[in-house]
Ligand binder design. Sequence first.
Ligand code: SF4
Ligand code: SF4
Length: 702
Amino acid sequence: MPLRIVVGSVATVVALSLAGRRLFWLFRLIRSGQPAADRIGAAAVTTDRKGARAEVTEVIGQRKLLAWTVPGLAHAFTFWAFLVLGLTILEAYGALFKPDFGIGHWAALGFVEDVFATAVLIALVVFTVIRYRNSPGRRGRASRFYGSHTGAAWLILGMIFAVIATLLGYRGAQMNTGNFPYRPYKWSFASWLVSRALHSLGAANHGIETFFVLAQLVVVLGFLVLVAYSKHLHIVLAPFNIYFGRKPDALGPLLPMYSGDHRVDFENPLDDDNFGRGKVEDFTWKGLLDVSTCTECGRCQSACPAWNTGKVLNPKLIVTELRDHLFDKAPALLSGAETAAAMRPLVGTIEQGGVIDPEALWACTSCGACVQECPVDIEHVDHIMDMRRHQVLVESAFPAEAASMLRNLESAGNPWGMPASTRLAWAEGLSFDIRVVGRGEQIPDDVEYLFWVGCAGASDDRARKTTVAVAELLHSAGVGFAVLGPLETCTGDPARRMGNEFVYQTLAQQNVTTLQSVGARKIVASCPHCFNTIAREYPQLGGNFEVVHHTQLLASLVADGRLVATSAVDSSVTYHDPCYLGRHNKVYGEPRDVLAQVPGLTSTEMPRCRERGFCCGAGGARMWMEERTGKRINHERIDEALALDPDVVATACPYCRVMLGDAVKDRQSDGSARADVEVIDVAEVLLRSVRGPGRGASETAS
Ligand code: SF4
Ligand code: SF4
């Protein structure tokens, strides 16, 4: 048997054994996770997982990667190239047995293969420049590769180069020995150029051909082994992770609290129920697949408001630390071996040997930027919230300052502790009556919308102005609406994002019952957190309502001519996307549509807008926690807005209004912002135009 066949066969058997062993180990490890009832099961097929369609758009189409144009194109061409170049690997195997083996003899195939080989070489240059310019050594924590295994990444780039170099080497030599299957040779332009360089070596090309064919196979097989043992495991796992990803994405609602294959019933919990994730083995197999799939690309951390303002939290490191801990703990999980990793607390300080720093866990604003950016659909927010659930419900370990918020929710149904009797205070002084649906009453037929005011809209002085503006606009447009007044209680969003699922469910169930009892069908909410909770989380409790955000309703009223913005508002404005309206619920256009209808207004976008909008810092119950480390997130955001020198920073969320309002005041007091810059809601801007100068919401409210 020729030596080349022996070498090729031995290398193949060794590499497949090593890679197969690792992949089987990984399969067993991931399968050791808890059931993911929402991803596999009769209901999951059509409801909760992305399925095959995402394989086309996200895997083949590289949709999320292409959101970053230059690295996205480089990655996409490398990915597509490896699909095409799979044929050349087949050809190299064929050449072991038949030196002129080809898949047909079409010049076009040789051309296409060379086009993609060349594309990979160009992509490698792009990757090298990106990695050099963004190296942690040059940019510190501003580098998206900070904390990534950069050595392994360079090795992979070297291996990819070796794959292409050996490919062109054997094809060039084949042209000189007459074994190249695709004619005319010049169509395979890159290989032909190599053949010209090797031509002067004459008969030695036979040896060069054999060497490069074997080298090609050894490099490809080595790459396979490296993939199985490195972060490039994502090449194997990403298609599965995307297939089983949450549909349409892991934003918007949080998942119900599962233990094993059932939802936790707080009224009748089972003895062995898990409350959140307190150990790595408490994660579902989908969670374990998630963390094993991370490519360490750092796109998540580059978008994270916490990391960008100097906090400990880094979503990439959350994922990679969970993955490293999972792998360290594997002997204990798979064979019951006693390992040091098995003794580490999942959440704990460095001194405690913890895997995840509590400071990182509590720094998350649940803004969803990490989920939005992740090219392999890792569900960071779900994992962070699941770990919070365990910390709150089992360990009673959470930031002390948030305790009063939880107590207020339990005692008053309002995170600020305002009694239900004050829920209608915003309506005092209005020139028309607000209809209130009382206990035991039904919403009258001539009332089209139930206006969900929300705790901030009822309790906070600034947010009340938005509430008034929305009410005035609905009244002006002749929209029949009513409110629940004292019957309304917190939706439970702050408790749920804190991890207190028990308090959330208590409040949520109470609201669902109330809404059903008054016959609510159409609801307009002025708070994106309430909007998200009622529209997308209450269905988990059987509450199904048609919910719109006030900017959506106002945009349609303007479009229908029921609201006419007549007076000029001669101001420059920049719009801040609230995370729970934008990223979590994809409402980007309507607030901008409303602003666009206001005469005299000139709008400018901040660099980080729409899907890339930067959080105000209040979500994830951060509104009720101290921000002790780094720059304040609201300062970072307002600085971005103030750089445009606007008269108005408009938003569509009471949390954002308060956070950015506070930040602008801070900047005004340190002299870095004009005294007349305002932070107001889109509704207030519209009201100024509808009602004319001097009749804004603040005036009508006072
Ligand atoms: S949700 Fe936002 S704050 Fe939390 S880790 Fe992701 S990007 Fe960071
Ligand atoms: S979690 Fe996703 S975005 Fe973040 S580093 Fe890993 S693959 Fe990249």
